[in-house]
Ligand binder design. Structure first.
Ligand code: GLN
Length: 536
């Protein structure tokens, strides 16, 4: 039977629970254990796919097409744990299942209630990852202890230790130890309160991971341990990292978090942990040999989490190429003035990420033009690729007024248009072209050179597509169709051969990059940017 680790958060949100969970997963894997990860989110949306990036940051897409929370991105970047629909649950999805069961008559006349029916459904969701060959299932509970909406999740994980045995469950509480400047002191009271709240609902945390900006002294550790009723050895400091989030697992291991978990769950490591690859990453981050400036031009550029996986993927390529990546976040709707456009000409690479809706699109098209005309390395992702096609159609193929029908239904040249299967779609949740799809790359392109193979699979999330009616016109004008879906012949990759690096992809490569193995297209883009930075 699989053992279970539950990770809750206290005091405030945004403590980095996802990162801590992912780091724990990675550390357990480093001991040769097989791990599965999941996130349980207490909000009512069935999935985050319908939420604005302003609300919830990036929507992270899995191979199976699930639209999930961005924490799943951390899980995939840190661990080898395969993720699926069962790795992402919300209150909305749990209730949907309960109500479906009720309509099917599965409750046999009973009154359907939060306890036990909703909690049973949550337990089913957690145990959906159990299997003979899985040593540990790690479930991160979204939100903060004390929120009304997380109560059924906490009740469910409390009950699980009764169902499967205390020795098979471990509760880790991530909390904040704030530093009060005026008092020049770290404060442990909020943590005491938060653990108190957990204990009131019947959960005694086994381990406390304490987020802090300052070192926590031995005295303070002892105080936390005694007030919160955990052994001193189980109060683990997690200080803000100096260079990068990729220091977190190494730091937690230095504080012996992995040892404590293995001992408490009586798990036998299958091998000696080897973190050398992670030490290497940190070393490369500390001593870069190059520096490149990359402009990310997007509608949500100012929002820290809206393009999370893109920023991480740029860093991964930076790590491999020993380059420090400086990112200029440029909101596309501000790209009007001459000054801001001139600023763009000075960067070493321009990346336009995915997006929805008309606002800022003309700014993105201007950014593409600057990249194309000034031979600045360009990487267009999803909407970014669509903008590149529109720009090429308007200014190279002279198709005046060319556009996507997403932004102009009356355009004389709909070079980007709705996928045929999308015409009748009314619901917006889970109805896009989603998940892993194959692409066949053409010989002689930058893409095949960097992938090193003609047949690839990448994740999609879009409704609109390169309009096949324009293949010939745009091809004759010099647009290179570098990759197509082999069955449906949809255009997936475009390039410009007369440019050092101009690649647009209809899919989202940022969902398949890891710090230990960067995505080939990000690698190629950063290589081109380094070359430009050396010749400027
Ligand atoms: N809005 C575009 C579409 O739906 C692009 C989507 C995206 O960039 N993810 O096709």
């Amino acid at each position: 039977m699989s053992k279970h680790i539950f990770i809750t958060g206290g005091v405030v949100s945004s403590l980095g629970k996802g990162l801590t969970s992912a780091s724990i997963g990675m550390l357990l894997e480093s001991h040769g254990l097989s791990v599965r990860m999941q996130k349980l989110d207490p909000y009512l949306n069935v999935d985050p796919g319908t939420m604005s990036p302003y609300q919830h940051g990036e929507v992270y897409v899995l191979d199976d097409g699930s639209e999930t929370d961005l924490d799943l991105g951390h899980y995939e970047r840190f661990t080898q744990s395969p993720l699926s629909r069962n790795s992402s649950w919300t209150t909305g999805r749990i209730y949907l299942n309960v109500i479906d069961r009720e309509r099917r008559g599965e409750y046999q006349g009973k009154t359907v209630q939060v306890v036990p029916h909703v909690t049973d459904e949550i337990k089913r969701a957690i145990r959906s990852l159990d299997s003979e060959d899985v040593d540990v299932v790690i479930s991160e509970i979204g939100g903060t202890v004390g929120d009304i909406e997380s109560l059924p999740f906490l009740e469910a994980i409390r009950q699980l230790s009764l169902n499967i045995g205390k020795e098979n469950c471990l509760y880790i509480h991530l909390t904040l130890i704030p530093y009060l400047k005026a008092a020049r002191e770290l404060k442990t009271k909020p943590t005491q309160h938060s653990v108190g709240q957990l204990r009131e609902i019947g959960i005694q945390p086994d381990i406390l991971v304490c987020r802090t900006e300052q070192d926590i002294s031995r005295d303070e550790i002892e105080k936390i341990a005694s007030f919160c009723n955990v052994p001193v050895t189980h109060v683990i400091e997690e200080k803000d990292c100096e260079f990068s989030i990729y220091e977190v697992p190494v730091m937690l291991s230095r504080h012996e978090l992995d040892r404590r978990i293995l001992d408490r769950l009586q798990l036998k490591p299958r091998k000696e942990a080897d973190l050398s690859r992670w030490f290497d990453i940190i070393q490369r981050l500390k001593e870069p040999e190059h520096q490149v400036n990359i402009a990310v031009v997007g509608k949500y550029a100012k929002h820290k989490d809206a393009y999370k996986s893109i920023y991480e993927s740029l860093d991964h390529a930076g790590i491999k190429n020993k380059a420090k990546i400086r990112i200029e976040r440029i909101p596309s709707d501000l790209l009007e003035s001459k000054e801001s456009l001139d600023l763009l000409k000075k960067v070493d690479g321009i990346l336009i990420p995915g997006g929805f809706g008309e606002r800022g699109v003309e700014g993105k098209i201007k950014a593409v033009r600057i990249a194309r005309e000034n031979k600045i390395p360009f990487f267009g992702i999803c909407l970014g690729m669509q903008c590149a096609v529109i720009e090429f159609a308007r200014h190279v193929a002279h198709l005046e007024g060319a556009n996507s029908t997403e932004f102009d239904n009356e355009t004389p040249h709909p070079v980007i248009s709705l996928l045929p299967e999308q015409y009748a779609v009314k619901d917006i949740g889970g109805t896009m072209r989603l998940g892993a799809q194959p692409t066949h790359l053409s010989e002689g392109t930058n893409s095949i050179r960097w992938y090193g193979t003609p047949d690839i699979s990448e994740r999609h999330r879009h409704r609109y597509e390169f309009n096949g009616d324009y293949l010939e016109t745009l091809g004759n004008a010099g647009l290179c169709i570098a990759g197509k879906n082999p069955e449906r012949l949809l255009v997936e990759v475009i390039e410009l051969s007369s440019h050092p690096w101009f690649v647009g992809v209809q899919f989202h490569p940022e969902f398949k990059s890891q710090p230990t193995s960067p995505h080939p297209l990000f690698d190629g883009f950063i290589n081109a940017a380094i070359q430009r930075s050396q010749h400027q």
